[in-house]
Design a protein around this ligand. Structure first.
Ligand code: PEP
Ligand code: CO
Length: 448
């Protein structure tokens, strides 16, 4: 079958909302189709070039951000702190791990959520599940939970303003390496971790002073003062993705211009289904989440459809099995796949296989997260596969959503700042602590 922007409609599809008002849906989509693209195809090509370096073991992929962005918690402070956290983690990975870091946020479009159940029960009442702010509201009431097409426009405009700020931060001075001391987020300063980061910053400052004495400065060397942060989200709500898919006038190729990179979730990655079909037709880098029940053949089939030309920088397989299951299931998969010669970037999402309940809260244990990351690196290295990246749910805010970490967050502590609308995120401390641990693993992986 030939691919068109809307040929996904001929395939079975999962995890979609039902819009009662079809006329309104049409109006919203017609409007979205006329609005400017959120990203430019040239930026996507640049990202692909950077991702090729990951395929070649010359760089490391850091992807992270909110589980779900929200309309309510949207603001400059959240974006700024996330940006600073990204810079901190990237500098730790670059300096201690020795690899340049490709930074991709779960940001500026991460609004649609797959759910394990269509309905949510509370106090004897049953309502449609919350599916992310682009679809319906988080509050547990009938009106909020109705799918509302107009939310797509709000998500679009919020993405545009987020991107505007991210681009300004990336090129406007905040990312200058001379600012490294200022990337520290207030609440880190007291802790041991803050000290560790300060020591690293000090070394960087010394190196910069030396370079300055040799005539290399931010003024004459843009790479010292600028960075690039790319955007990504799960391409779940296909009417929205279709409306933002455009022909690039320079290359004549099709790009999904809602984000630089898109991924397909564990629940919607069926090879004969709409999501895989849709993303097979656009040129963006594509991620696919792979859970504990997948086989090597599933991944091979996905690679054949999504990356038929075996292009480097195109396909990212994101392993998310859980701390225990990864040990049982991944070695066999990597052994079988290794022989195929496929250009795949493998990264680890140590979040989604490690979600547990603690009272009324969904949470994750820092130790499980770290254990899955370590296993991923070990298993990959044993099969001569490059463990090329991590995919995290994290925030620059001082939230209390995941257990453990160097401050030993306890179950009792969860309630104090549990703010996520969906899955529990690492707070800035926990994310930075993880970055230090991962940096050691990256160094080993690149050496072998
Ligand atoms: C997610 O990344 O938020 C998500 C739902 O992941 P998965 O598809 O791996 O469950
Ligand atoms: Co999530």
């Amino acid at each position: 079958m030939t691919w068109t922007k809307d040929s996904w409609k001929n395939f079975p599809i999962k995890q979609q909302p039902h819009y009662e008002d079809q006329e309104e849906l049409k109006r919203v989509l017609a409007r979205l189709e006329k609005l400017p693209p959120l990203i430019f195809a040239g930026e996507v090509r640049n990202l692909k070039e950077r991702l090729k370096l990951v395929n070649q073991k010359k760089a490391f992929l850091l992807q992270g951000g909110d589980c779900a962005e929200s309309f309510e918690n949207f603001g400059a402070v959240n974006i700024r702190d996330m940006f600073k956290l990204f810079l901190q983690m990237a500098i730790v990975l670059t300096f201690a791990g020795g690899a340049p870091v490709v930074k991709i946020g779960r940001v500026a479009g991460q609004f649609a959520k797959p759910r394990s159940s269509d309905f949510e029960e509370l106090d004897g009442k049953s309502l449609p599940s919350y599916r992310g702010d682009i679809i319906n509201g988080f509050e547990f009431d009938e009106g909020a939970r109705r799918a509302d097409a107009k939310r797509m426009l709000e998500a679009y405009y919020q993405s545009a303003t987020s991107l505007n700020l991210l681009r300004a931060f990336a090129k406007g001075g905040l990312a200058d390496l001379h600012q490294v001391h200022r990337w520290n987020l207030g609440f880190l300063k007291k802790a041991e971790l803050g000290k560790k980061f300060e020591e690293l910053s000090e070394k960087i400052t010394q190196a910069l002073d030396f370079m300055q004495a040799c005539g290399i400065s931010s003024k004459n060397t843009p790479t010292l003062r600028e960075t690039s942060i790319y955007t990504s989200h799960e391409a779940l709500l296909l009417p929205y993705e279709e409306a933002l898919t455009r022909v690039d006038s320079m290359s004549g190729e099709l790009y999904d211009c809602s984000a630089h990179m898109l991924w397909i979730g564990e629940r919607t990655r069926g090879i004969d289904e709409a999501h895989v079909h849709f993303l097979s037709g656009v040129q963006n880098p594509i991620g696919v989440k792979i859970g504990p029940n997948a086989s090597a053949l599933d991944i091979i089939k996905l690679a054949n459809i999504l990356n038929p030309n075996n292009e480097e920088g195109r396909l990212n397989i994101i392993i998310r099995m859980g701390a225990e299951k990864i040990k049982q299931n991944l070695p066999k998969i990597f052994k079988e796949i290794q022989k195929e010669g496929l250009n795949i970037i493998y990264s680890t999402d140590p979040m989604h296989g490690n979600t547990v309940k603690a009272g009324k809260y969904k949470t994750r244990e820092f130790n499980d997260i770290m254990s899955e990351v370590s296993s991923f690196f070990e298993i990959a290295m044993a099969e001569n596969i490059y463990p090329g990246g991590v995919h995290l749910e994290m925030t620059g805010q001082d939230v209390t959503e995941c257990l453990g970490g160097s401050f030993g967050l306890t179950e009792e502590g969860l309630q104090s700042r549990y703010e996520t609308q969906c899955d529990p995120r690492l707070n800035a401390d926990q994310a930075l602590e993880l970055a230090f641990l991962i940096a050691d693993l990256v160094k080993k992986a690149r050496a072998c």
